[in-house]
Design a protein around this ligand. Sequence first.
Ligand code: ADP
Ligand code: ADP
Ligand code: ZN
Length: 211
Amino acid sequence: MKLIFLGPPGAGKGTLAAKAVEFLKVPHISTGAIFRSAMAAKSPLGLKVKAIIDAGKLVDDETTIELVKDRLAQADAQGGYILDGFPRTIPQAEALAAFSPVDRAVNFDLPDSAVRERLGGRRVCRQCGTNYHQVFNRSRREGICDSCGGEVYIRDDDQPGAIQKRLEVYREQTAPLTAFYRNLGILVEVDASPDVEQVVENFKSAMEKLV
Ligand code: ADP
Ligand code: ADP
Ligand code: ZN
């Protein structure tokens, strides 16, 4: 099963993907996570994208498409994948349709007020990428990851100015993708506003309706 996860920043795509890999048995591929490890390693890619990402803007299509194409060519992605955070523009969606057409596009729907609340309280493990939230999903020990003991930090792009910019970019460039996939007849809508366990259930039942 080849899936993409769409929806505004902070909708819970990464959180849901981490749960869904357990029952779908496919890898979770997050372009944001790939960029964050490149930035942490200060690789040429990381150095190139840091200022763009911290400002809440999108990395250019050419760089991002190339990155995803290489990643999807790896052995573990041959039986399917959850692609989280890609595509984010129509050119990216068109490129993906050419090199790896997906079975379903799952859109996680969440109002802006909830997006701000989720992004404003998001915390992330620097080492393994596990997501936390200072209100909805705290780590057991403040600042320390439950899974790996790594440092839990606030992403540079989760500052208020960058959050506003990311919402604008989402509206302008990414929201049109729902129509793109609806037209292909493969769009699945999921209400992302309840708690995580309920969103998992919403996701499962939305997927079942289609098989
Ligand atoms: P969020 O989970 O908050 O939506 P991501 O972790 O998916 O954010 O992405 C973080 C940042 O990485 C984005 O704001 C953007 O700058 C960059 N990025 C991730 N995926 C893409 C993409 N498909 N195209 C362009 N930029 C991307
Ligand atoms: P995305 O990948 O769409 O940007 P994340 O999975 O990183 O979103 O989730 C954003 C923040 O919201 C994180 O702090 C996460 O712990 C929290 N979160 C995710 N899903 C829910 C939910 N259903 N209810 C409350 N908080 C959530
Ligand atoms: Zn961790």
